[in-house]
Design a protein around this ligand. Structure first.
Ligand code: PLP
Length: 349
């Protein structure tokens, strides 16, 4: 179904797989599919390279753009796997709907992924932590600066080899002024503008020695919602707590998977609002055991400490953390090293 134009050359021999910076190197091919005349045209896989767009294209002026983040893994027998790709497919269409972008057909999405991954299979390295990060995205390409939904779009998938990366200890600041999302807004969508709007407040907390912000609800700043590209979990005593998803919070695939694994392993989990006050009190009473983020890029990211207003707190360093338990469980499923009880793996063949 898909047209494939192979690249005459490959960058793979010039790529140092032992020293990859996340999201900096891209593979030899990309998928491109245009929407015009009211329908998605035939998807094409072609050599990776720059786009030529009219400067008046809507995406540049009104941010009509959404994206996804997913990974392909290679097991010991060179089989290639995706993790719950249907979730990413459904989510990009939910994001698109909110941004008035036409829905992308399922068979195009899966066909493109499979063909692209077969072509780029040598870019996926074996070994725990190695993967090929996939970035599907949609942009409004129709020329013209009138503020209305475009009639032309491009759906693309680009691929970037990734290593397990350790970003150093992460300390987070609870937001007390800026907001990521509001009721009725686009917080639940992976809409490009959600991310661009975080850079400035994040730079401010970096000056205070934090790496990331934990966003609180826009109305009161009293409830903890999520990090910039990760959902967030709190462990108080042996209880794990995470906020319910709503129209401000992104429904993360990793979050969902952690919740399912917690239930399966009899870990006490509550899905409810988590207040700033509750977390600070728990920290003061030495009951706050862990905070960790969940997301495709880092799987599980433990938090070493947090700040709120002028106060700073450090978290204990645990031997048997929930964070490492879930990371190990998830990765073993992703790399086909553990039984897949939930049917989360998808073989690319
Ligand atoms: C992508 C993202 C997540 C994590 O979602 P996964 O599906 O687990 O990768 C969480 N929060 C935000 C804001 C995100 O953009």
């Amino acid at each position: 179904m898909i047209e494939i134009k192979k690249s005459p050359t490959s960058k793979i021999d010039k790529t140092n797989f032992d020293n990859l910076v996340f999201g900096q190197v891209f593979t030899d091919h990309m998928m491109e599919c245009d929407y015009k005349n009211g329908e998605w045209q035939k998807p094409v896989i072609k050599p990776y390279g720059p786009l030529s767009l009219d400067p008046s294209a809507r995406v540049f002026h009104y941010g009509q753009a959404v994206f996804e983040g997913m990974k392909a893994y290679k097991d010991k027998d060179d089989k290639i796997w995706l993790f719950r790709p249907e979730e990413n497919f459904n989510r990009i269409n939910r994001s698109s709907e909110r941004l008035a972008i036409p829905e992308f057909p399922k068979e195009y999405f899966f066909n493109a992924l499979v063909e692209l991954l077969k072509l780029e299979k040598d870019w996926i390295k074996k070994g725990f932590g190695n993967s090929l990060y996939l970035r599907p995205f949609v942009i409004a390409t129709e020329p013209g600066v009138s503020a209305s939904a475009a009639k032309e779009y491009k759906f693309m998938i680009i691929c970037s080899p990734a290593q397990a990366y350790y970003s150093g200890e992460v300390r987070v600041k609870f937001s007390e002024k800026y907001s990521r999302a509001a009721d009725g807004g686009v917080g639940y969508a992976k809409a490009a503008g959600n991310y661009g709007a975080q850079f400035y407040p994040t730079n401010l907390v970096k000056e205070e020695g934090f790496q990331q912000i934990i966003w609180t609800d826009a109305n009161s700043h009293e409830y903890l919602e999520e990090a910039g590209t990760m959902n967030i979990f709190f462990r108080i005593g042996d209880k794990l707590i995470t906020a319910p998803t709503n129209d401000r919070i992104l429904d993360g695939v990793t979050r969902k998977s952690v919740i399912a694994l917690a239930k399966e392993n009899n870990i006490d989990i509550e899905i409810r609002r988590v207040s700033v006050q509750e977390v600070i009190e728990a920290a003061e009473n030495n009951e706050l055991m862990e905070i960790f983020g969940s997301g495709t890029a880092t799987v599980i990211n433990p938090v070493a400490g947090f700040g709120h207003k002028d106060k700073k707190f450090e978290l204990p360093k645990l031997e048997n953390s929930y964070a490492s338990f879930f990371k190990d469980k998830l990765m073993k499923i992703q790399y086909n090293e553990a039984e897949d009880k939930f049917g989360w793996r998808y073989e690319v063949k």
